[in-house]
Design a protein. Structure first.
Length: 123
């Protein structure tokens, strides 16, 4: 183990800095695997997009016009948010004539939204 001594006044961190060098070298490449994953959470961190994603967990698919009315926005605003969700591969769409219907990309997105909602409701 490598060790450095440092006095801290912060109660929520170590008073001494020491680390397991082998552990750190083994873990650093592993944690690099999450690079880019934060973009999923960034996309869902917007309240409007989260509402849209949640609405899409409740209904298999929704028309852009329905989404706009559900979230109380214009169709342009709804389209903008839906397009971002689609570009982040969180949603997919299909055209039917002049209508565009969106759905969640897969069950993983449904699970993320559902778990986030459950976590937020915990006391």
């Amino acid at each position: 183990m490598s060790e450095k001594t440092l006095t801290r006044t912060n109660k929520d961190s170590c008073d001494t800095i020491c680390y397991d060098e082998a552990l750190v070298q083994r873990m650093q490449p592993e944690v690099e695997k999450v690079n880019g994953v934060e973009l999923i959470f960034k996309a869902l961190s917007d309240a409007t997009r989260m509402k849209i994603a949640y609405a899409l967990t409740l209904e298999k698919e929704l028309c852009v016009c329905d989404v706009a009315n559900i979230i109380g926005s214009t169709t342009a605003t709804a389209s903008h948010h839906l397009r971002l969700l689609r570009n982040m591969k969180l949603a997919k769409y299909r055209k039917e004539g002049k209508l565009v219907f969106y759905s969640l990309a897969d069950d993983h997105v449904h699970q993320l939204v559902s778990i986030a909602l459950l976590h937020a409701k915990e006391d």
